[in-house]
Design a protein around this ligand. Structure first.
Ligand SMILES: [Zn+2]
Length: 231
């Protein structure tokens, strides 16, 4: 089905439940796809623009919105099926917590820095198989680090190289040589950044380890940003 997005204020991706590929929503979204839509909205009460996320799934002829927890449950099922079919973890799925015998496996699907889905696989998701044994046998032959969850996709901070980039929060241009923050975002396996003004970002939701490029700023700018990060 077609999901119509207001191109000015909405953008989104769908995840193919069979391949776990992340695809930008441009036109058709296949049946069964998991959908993540971002919506820019001005909230008068706080006098600022915020980005809301809408989660859902494409059902027969309609888009069924649901909360992230519900969608994560469906993803866990799809993840279990992928593991049984291919004997490997789906792309961008990592082990979040050390596996424990007789406990559900806790995995994470890292769609982007802002959208991580916590997946919990129990026996039912693996056709009655034991999550500990099945997933252990998959990861024991892989480099441990490659299967463990770490937030390697970092935000990027830098001076705008031109005045052409648009802030994804407020839609106005970001002036050349001013600080801009890039939100990591994958499109067809290529890492891109969605840029924001310094004043348009909620620093409370970040931590220092999750930003790269602080060392490229001058002392004054770096200290100001670090203070915001420490709030
Ligand atoms: Zn802005």
């Amino acid at each position: 089905m077609k999901i119509d997005l207001d191109s000015e204020n909405e953008w989104g991706h769908f995840i193919d439940p069979h391949s776990f590929q992340i695809v930008e929503i441009i036109d058709e979204v296949p049946l069964g796809s998991f959908v993540v839509i971002k919506e820019r909205e001005f909230i008068e009460d706080i006098d600022r623009t915020v980005i809301q996320t809408i989660y859902g799934i494409v059902e027969e002829k309609k888009f069924q919105p649901m909360n992230k927890r519900e969608l994560s449950k469906l993803m866990s099922k799809a993840c279990g099926k992928y593991i049984l079919d291919f004997n490997q973890l789906p792309p961008k799925v990592m082990v979040k917590k050390k596996l424990q015998i007789d406990k559900p496996a806790q995995l994470a699907f890292i769609m982007s820095n802002r959208d991580t889905f916590h997946l919990k696989l129990d026996k039912d998701d693996l056709d009655g198989g034991n999550p500990y044994e099945i997933i252990n046998s998959i990861i024991e032959n892989q480099d441990f680090k490659s299967t463990m969850y770490d937030r390697e996709e970092k935000w990027k901070i830098e001076y705008a190289k031109s005045s052409r980039s648009k802030c994804r929060t407020c839609s106005s241009n970001i002036e050349k040589d001013t600080v801009r923050l890039g939100e990591p975002h994958y499109f067809e396996e290529h890492l891109n950044y969605r840029w924001h003004h310094e004043d348009c970002v909620f620093f409370q939701r970040m931590d220092k380890e999750n930003i790269k490029g602080l060392d490229t700023l001058n002392d004054e700018d770096r200290k100001r940003i670090e203070e915001k990060l420490d709030v």
